[in-house]
Design a binder for this molecule. Structure first.
Ligand code: ZN
Length: 188
């Protein structure tokens, strides 16, 4: 068990595509335990393997709140099998210390992944919940996508990044999300 170093925005590993896990070996299980230790040590809700410098398709989550305890969750080789609706989500990221911004997300999803024992499971979180939003945030990390790529307020976010001595938004990486934009516009 150990707390690993968290990679900060600007490190190229956060933009690299990650590799599938062919087998949930003891080595992978140790990495998962270390990722939980690292996430808890930094008061995070979720952590993806690239954030500890490992280009692997793994993320961990614990969306517990004081009112509602939730189980620790491990997602290995996750695949989004349903995405619908749209919402704006207030998010932070352990690779972006002190940066909290609004980003665009789907409001309903279903994900399939393997757990720490290598068993396949399918999960449909309650729409618009922290769990629903956090899964999308962490899954993005496995595809080299960062929450600033879904930005709602580009110029406000640029200012926050600058204040925190982080690199600016990469305009090439900003996602075109016409389906989400359309639903968000209708709901205003
Ligand atoms: Zn993150």
């Amino acid at each position: 068990m150990s707390v690993l170093k968290i990679v900060k925005y600007g490190d190229p590993v956060l933009r690299e595509p990650t590799k599938e896990i062919p087998k949930v070996s003891a080595k992978i299980q140790k990495l998962v335990h270390d990722m939980f230790d690292t996430m808890y040590a930094n008061n995070g809700v979720g952590l993806a393997a690239p954030q500890v410098g490992e280009s692997k398709r793994i993320f961990v989550l614990d969306c517990s709140t004081e009112e509602e305890p939730m189980p620790k969750m491990v997602f290995i080789n996750p695949v989004l099998i349903k995405k619908e609706g749209a919402m704006v989500s207030w998010e932070g990221c352990l690779s972006f210390p002190n940066v909290f911004i609004d980003v665009k997300r789907y409001s309903e999803i279903t994900i399939r992944a393997k757990d720490i024992k290598g068993k396949v499971f399918t999960l449909t979180p309650e729409p618009k919940t922290l769990l629903c939003r956090a899964i999308q945030h962490e899954l993005d990390h496995l595809n080299g996508i960062l929450f600033v790529d879904h930005v709602v307020d580009r110029f406000g976010t640029e200012a926050l990044l600058k204040e925190n001595a982080l690199p600016p938004i990469d305009p090439v990486k900003i996602l075109s999300e016409p389906d989400i934009d359309q639903i968000l516009q209708c709901s205003i």
